[in-house]
Design a protein around this ligand. Structure first.
Ligand code: ZN
Length: 124
């Protein structure tokens, strides 16, 4: 891998923090997770104001199995118990792809929740 560098590739959009040790239990199945990712996230609240914050997502081999982006990451963990310099770039790319899929799913959830709240209030 000649001439490869990891610096200079970051942008505000890609500020993803990953943790692979002491990850929390899965909120869905209470099983152990492989990865905790923290990423910037912004959304519109009920008053059409932009709100930004940080979201967290865990990668659970049980619950997320079957999602293409998650499957690739789970496969990487299965092959490599330890992440080393030789696969850290692959890992970073897979994490970015996975976070992107999680981000869209999280936004969808919030839109659905907001619509449900409106529906409960009789505004839909
Ligand atoms: Zn789970």
């Amino acid at each position: 891998m000649a001439g490869s560098g990891v610096s200079g590739e970051t942008s505000d959009r890609d500020q993803i923090l990953c943790k692979v040790e002491d990850t929390p239990l899965c909120p869905q199945c209470a099983g152990s997770t492989l990865l905790l990712a923290q990423f910037p996230h912004s959304w519109r609240n009920g008053r059409s104001e932009d709100v930004s914050g940080v979201k967290e997502a865990v990668l659970c081999p049980g619950c997320h199995h079957g999602e293409p982006a998650a499957d690739e990451l789970i496969a990487l963990f299965a092959v490599d118990d330890r992440l080393g310099p030789e696969n850290v770039e692959v890992f970073g790319g897979l994490v970015a792809a996975w976070v992107e899929s999680v981000r869209h799913r999280a936004v969808d959830d919030e839109v659905l929740t907001a619509e449900f709240e409106l529906w409960k209030q009789g505004e839909l």
